[in-house]
Design a protein. Structure first.
Length: 119
C-alpha cells in the first residue's frame, strides 16, 4: 500500500493538531495502521495504532490521555488527534501500515509530516 501523511505544522504548547494518513493501493491488505515519530538524535518510536477490522486502538504512554487515533474505512484514512501538545512532541510523524498483528520489516511507511511545538 501507499501512505500519505499530512497535517503537521508549527504550533504553541497547549495547542492541538490533527494528522491524517491516507492509505491507497491494496487497502484491503492493511490490517493495522500506526503512527510513529522521530526526533533528531532519537530512535523512531511508537505513538498509537488502529486496527481496521475491530477499531481497537493502542497508545504509547506518552500519548495516553492527550492523543486519539481513529479511522475512516470509507476514506481509507487514519487520523491522529493531538491535544495539549508539548515541546517534547516535536518530531517528524510517520504513518505505517502492516498486514500482520505486529509491525515488522515488511510494512509500508508514509513520507512523514513535521510537527513543531514551541514553548
Amino acid at each position: 500500500v501507499q501512505l500519505q501523511a499530512s497535517g503537521g505544522g508549527l504550533v504553541e504548547a497547549g495547542d492541538s493538531l490533527r494528522l491524517s494518513c491516507v492509505v491507497s493501493g491494496t487497502t484491503f491488505s492493511s490490517y493495522k495502521v500506526g503512527w510513529f515519530r522521530q526526533s533528531p538524535g532519537k530512535e523512531r518510536e511508537f505513538v498509537a495504532s488502529y486496527i481496521w477490522s475491530s477499531t481497537r486502538t493502542y497508545y504509547a504512554d506518552s500519548a495516553k490521555g492527550r492523543f486519539t487515533i481513529s479511522g475512516d474505512r470509507l476514506k481509507n484514512t487514519v487520523y491522529l488527534q493531538m491535544n495539549s501538545l508539548k515541546p517534547d512532541d516535536t518530531a517528524t510523524y510517520y504513518c505505517r501500515s502492516t498486514r500482520d498483528a505486529i509491525f515488522d520489516n515488511h510494512d509500508d511507511w508514509g513520507q512523514g509530516t513535521q510537527v513543531t511545538v514551541s514553548s
